[in-house]
Design a protein around this ligand. Sequence first.
Ligand code: CP
Length: 324
Amino acid sequence: QRHLISAADLSRDDAVLILDTAEEMARVADRPIKKLPTLRGRTVVNLFFEDSTRTRISFEAAEKRLSADVINFTAKGSSLSKGESLKDTAQTLEAMGVDAVVIRHGASGAPYRLATSGWIDAAVVNAGDGTHQHPTQALLDAFTMRRRLVGRDAGLGRDLDGRHITLVGDILHSRVARSNVDLLHTLGAEVTLVAPPTLLPVGVETWPCEVSYDLDATLPKSDAVMLLRVQRERMNAAFFPTEREYARRYGLDGERMARMPDHAIVMHPGPMVRGMEITAEVADSGRCTAVEQVTNGVSIRMAVLYLLLGGNETALTHARTTEE
Ligand code: CP
């Protein structure tokens, strides 16, 4: 069984295949009827133990566009509140004959455990686990960078090589940062992390990227600046700079954005805290791709499910032919 657990598991060829397949899937979204029969008769469960807006809705939209049968499971209202374990939950799903499980969990490693435990014979897709990984987020981010920085028809094998991507904020708690550093490195981009020292993880010097504490010095050489939310729910208050101090040193406002090259974009995985890591002026500007990232997430998740579940090539070819 094939799974998607970590961006670090993807080779350059794997990543390029997913991104190119997502381009095909995006064409489906442009059609009046946004559906492919590819996963008809296959069942996908969305197993969300942690809150989500974008990822949960986007996976559901992707599954429905591929004609899969979709079961949504959220921890709230389930037997988890009665003490049921992940193992028993997985075995319940197995008894229902599911083909894929999309899982978000607060514990780093939960999707890996599900994929390797033998509790369930289904493809496992990590939709975010603790502070560990969020691979489909990194893929949709790379897809967005390719479209905005290079154009949708460029071959990715060349286009992120040497691009400078800056990730700003709470790196310590960010699965988005970890996934992006892994994937962008694989795709040949140069990554710089900018964060207060208290929000950088131990061992960050071994990651394949640079670290800086000076956002203003980093902005002029950035092709994309990705802002990350400060995840207060995962931290001890003592580690946190004050909101004012954070916004002053690491927040992106209009004045700072003006220091970026004209072609450079501002990215945010969401949810955004306006006024802290990003001002409304920047969030609502044409340079901010936050909404586009959500749209692109559907195409990426369609591509991942299509490739993992061995989707029907004929259906995809049909979509391409209809388009042309
Ligand atoms: N980007 C992201 O994972 O957002 P959600 O938590 O809303 O899914």
